[in-house]
Design a protein around this ligand. Structure first.
Ligand code: ADP
Ligand code: MG
Length: 204
């Protein structure tokens, strides 16, 4: 079984793995995605890193990503500053989120801070970054959607970088490239799932 998993990882391209994970997430009912998201957010809120952070980098989730809504509420309640990425051509700008000034970006329909929100100038000002992805290994390798936005941006970010994922996005191995940024921690929740089997609930 282990050998089989290893062999698949060795032969699978990034795009094949992206397609496989996309299909697995599609199998998850919306209420399970929501329940897993809440468990992951609670795990983060309970951490020492979150508690002491003054500025947190979050993301506005697409329906097939871990939803960080609880973190947004908690951060606003505790007067933490929230940073959100804004796609700008090949680049990710990092802007301070202000609920009064949001724009919905056309292409991916993602909520983004509008151009009135100030840009982060110094990446040392981030205390904790929560990063989405398509697939992760337990020890922090990450594969995204194929545009490399986070790899380029995270190269200069020194704070703890945590990936968040549904259990079905965790793989034994993934075809990483030299530019892929390694994360410090990966937090996941959800039912144990193979490609055609959706079963027991797990929290890692
Ligand atoms: P993703 O991380 O979204 O899955 P990839 O890791 O496959 O995507 O990267 C997509 C593209 O982004 C690569 O072809 C690579 O050329 C480019 N890229 C990624 N990181 C960097 C970087 N630090 N500097 C320059 N180009 C990069
Ligand atoms: Mg990458």
């Amino acid at each position: 079984m282990l050998f089989y998993a290893w062999r698949i990882a060795q032969t699978m391209t990034k795009q094949e793995l992206r397609d496989q994970i996309k299909a697995r997430i599609k199998l998850m009912p919306a209420e399970d995605r929501e329940a897993a998201s809440v468990q992951i957010c609670k795990e983060i809120i309970g951490s020492a890193e979150w508690k002491k952070a003054r500025t947190v980098w979050l993301y506005a989730a697409l329906p097939d990503e871990v939803n960080l809504e609880m973190l947004f509420h908690e951060a606003l309640k505790c007067s933490k500053r929230i940073l959100l990425p804004v796609v700008d051509g090949n680049d990710l700008q990092i802007r301070f989120y202000d609920p009064q000034h949001v724009a919905v970006q056309g292409k991916y329909n993602i909520i983004e801070p509008s151009s009135q929100c100030p840009q982060l100038r110094d990446s040392d000002g981030i205390d904790l970054a929560i990063i989405p992805g398509r697939a992760f290994t337990r020890d922090g390798l990450r594969m995204g959607r194929g545009k490399g936005y986070y790899d380029r941006k995270l190269a200069s970010v020194r704070c703890p970088k945590w990936g968040v994922a549904f259990a079905c996005q965790i793989v034994e191995e993934l075809p990483a490239d030299p530019w892929d940024i390694r994360l410090d921690r990966v937090i996941s929740a959800g039912k144990h799932q193979t490609d055609n089997n959706y079963s027991d609930w797990l929290l890692h």
